[in-house]
Ligand binder design. Structure first.
Ligand code: ARG
Length: 592
């Protein structure tokens, strides 16, 4: 079935046509349509047009009004202020349009696919091998997953890349430490029962190795030599390395499963995956004179990147000991993504604290001609820090980084309590309480992360996250479950659109907001801004609450056609909530 245009799109088109008819030489002109509290919509595009055409804006606006084909959609259009247009739609068009969109059998609610989909490679959910996952990894995974869903929904070809930290100095350190402390291995073997146990042992080993590395210069040297063995492909060293990787992956998958997130093994291409490209990357950068030798290292310099002493700080592509670091890998990954995966867009969902690194990497790639900022672009979707209730970076009381799994478990525990308390009649079985507790708890964590714009810091406050009031996922999940319960209670009376009815204000406001779903998807996907979808859904649930307060659906029972129409509005609201939440990676249980 062909997508059904939203009313916003249809009004936009009618106005654009009228503008072209009035001033053909200026076409195409954006009517700049937005929702308004004066009327259903206001269009402000005539002001700029009048300026360009040196015309009187109010006169021009009056001419445009004369050229608008209202098509049964526009009930009233009038000039206001300096040359704005206030537009009111017919009740019939509002309901007919929603009915057509909710009848769309593919569940897309009439949301069109993009006219010009491209290929986006998105780098997200990139924990580090042999290390615990912390809240920073939560953000990258949650934001990245939402952007993937949003982009795929618009028809974009999305390639996921999980650039896990599985290479580098730390592995020389770990492997060397294991070699020198074989008893740590025994320790590890005991704990292989579960991914999580293995992880906490890996973590302990990591910390011990790190401590030695930082305090013992000779160990440091041995560890560095071990990295060279690893990079040279020494079989025994590689075998030890692979053990770390495999065990860590089991752990990662257990966390992603807890997060209710699909991560595929084939999309995990860690730093090691670009190993074979590193030499060539250096050679090309040298040949193109993008990189130069400096104090034995291969470096790229930037006019605007200087240290505190005023001296330029280079991006180091190859260290003086011959080792490659993070930059060489990222530059090789760009080549892979652009030339092999044929990406037009590269997105990196990475902590804002790595912004300087990406700025330098992208600029280097641009100088090398791999990116051009037009048809091959790279963008760091930088996210802020997760703060504790005290407003400082989130730490345990002992000052340690908080383990992601502990946070998730606590969120699920709290949510389970909420679900159980709400179920006063004891209608849910224990298994149902557990399942919903997980859906509510994980949803709460994801929503709290996604409802502020990514670049901002936010406070991790579980009390607030699982609160039933306010801008939380639980509030949205309850709105959805409540509609399902209304639909069940309505029994014989089924949702049915009645375009002949006059709409109450609350019905109109709800319907027009549902109508804006397609625009919200386009905007949130286009700007990589899941928080715009979150804000939209919160408002949708709020408008539903007002509607349900003001417009009785079941009790006191309105005339049948009105009841049917209200059930229809409720149903299309629920479908929109469900789809929008799914795009954020959040479940909407049928009953809560
Ligand atoms: N593993 C890194 C971290 O934990 C993030 C990797 C980001 N992606 C990249 N292509 N550099 O901070």
């Amino acid at each position: 079935m062909a997508p059904v245009k939203s009313l916003t799109a249809s009004v936009h088109q009618r106005l654009a046509d009228a503008l072209s008819a009035t001033l053909p030489e200026a076409a195409p002109v954006d009517p700049l349509l937005r929702r308004s509290d004066r009327a259903d919509f206001q269009a402000n595009g005539i002001l700029a047009l009048a300026k360009k055409a040196k015309a009187n804006p109010r006169e021009l606006a009056t001419q445009v009004v004369g050229n608008v084909d209202s098509g049964g959609v526009i009930k009233e259009i009038e000039v206001s202020g300096p040359g704005f247009l206030n537009i009111t739609l017919t009740d019939t068009a509002i309901i007919e349009n929603l009915a057509a969109r909710s009848a769309d059998s593919d569940g897309r609610l009439g949301v069109p696919f993009s006219d010009s989909p491209g290929t986006t490679v998105i780098d997200y959910a990139q924990p580090n091998v042999a290390k615990e996952m912390h809240v920073g990894h939560l953000r990258s995974a949650v934001i990245g997953d939402a952007v993937v869903q949003l982009l795929e929904f618009t028809g974009e070809n999305v390639v996921r890349r999980h650039h896990i930290g599985d290479w580098g100095t730390q592995f020389g350190m770990l492997i060397q430490y294991l070699d020198e402390h074989p008893h740590e291995l025994d320790h590890k073997a005991e704990a292989q029962a579960s991914g999580e146990e293995a992880m906490s042992n890996l973590d302990r080993l990591y910390k011990a190795a790190r401590k030695l590395f930082d305090s013992d210069e000779e160990f440091k040297t041995r560890a560095r030599l071990r990295v060279v063995d690893l990079q040279a492909g020494d079989p025994a060293t590689l075998a030890a390395w692979q053990k770390f990787v495999d065990e860590s992956k089991i752990y990662f998958f257990s966390v992603f499963e807890k997060l209710d997130m699909e991560i595929r093994d084939a999309d995990i291409v860690g730093e090691s995956g670009y190993n074979d490209m590193l030499d060539e990357t250096c050679r090309i950068l040298e040949e193109k004179k993008v990189a130069v030798h400096s104090e034995g290292a291969l470096c790229v310099f930037f006019d605007d990147v200087k240290g505190p002493d005023g001296n330029p700080v280079p991006l180091i592509i190859r260290k003086s000991d011959g080792g490659y670091g993070y930059a060489a890998t990222d530059l090789s990954a760009i080549r892979d993504r652009v030339f092999n995966l044929k990406a037009d867009n590269l997105i990196y969902v990475v902590d804002a604290r790595q912004s300087l690194h990406f700025k330098m990497v992208f600029e280097t790639a641009r100088r090398a001609g791999w990116l051009n900022g037009e048809d091959v672009k790279a963008y760091q979707l930088a996210f802020g820090t997760v703060l504790g209730k005290d407003g400082k970076p989130f730490k345990t009381r002992e000052g340690e980084t908080v383990r992601l799994v502990d946070l998730l478990d606590e969120a699920v525990d709290r949510a389970t309590t909420v679900v159980r308390e709400k179920d006063v009649l004891g209608q849910l079985s224990d298994a149902e309480v557990a399942e919903r507790g997980a859906q509510v708890g994980i949803g709460a964590v994801k929503y709290a992360d996604l409802s502020t714009s990514a670049n901002r810091d936010y406070k991790f406050d579980l009390d607030q996250m699982v609160s039933l009031n306010g801008d939380t996922s639980v509030y949205l999940q309850y709105a959805y479950a409540r509609i399902q319960s209304i639909l069940r209670k309505a029994g014989e009376v089924r949702p049915q659109a009645h375009p002949e009815l006059e709409l109450a204000d609350a019905e109109r406001a709800l319907a027009l907001h549902v109508d804006a779903f397609a625009e919200t998807v386009a905007e949130a996907a286009g700007e990589y801004a899941p928080h715009k979808m979150a804000a939209y859904l919160y408002q949708l649930a709020s408008l539903f609450t007002t509607f349900y307060d003001k417009c009785p659906v079941i009790k006191p029972a309105p005339p049948q056609n009105i009841a049917e129409n209200r059930l229809f509005l409720s149903d299309v609201t629920a479908k929109t909530l469900h789809q929008g939440m799914a795009l954020l990676g959040i479940r909407t249980p049928e009953r809560l």
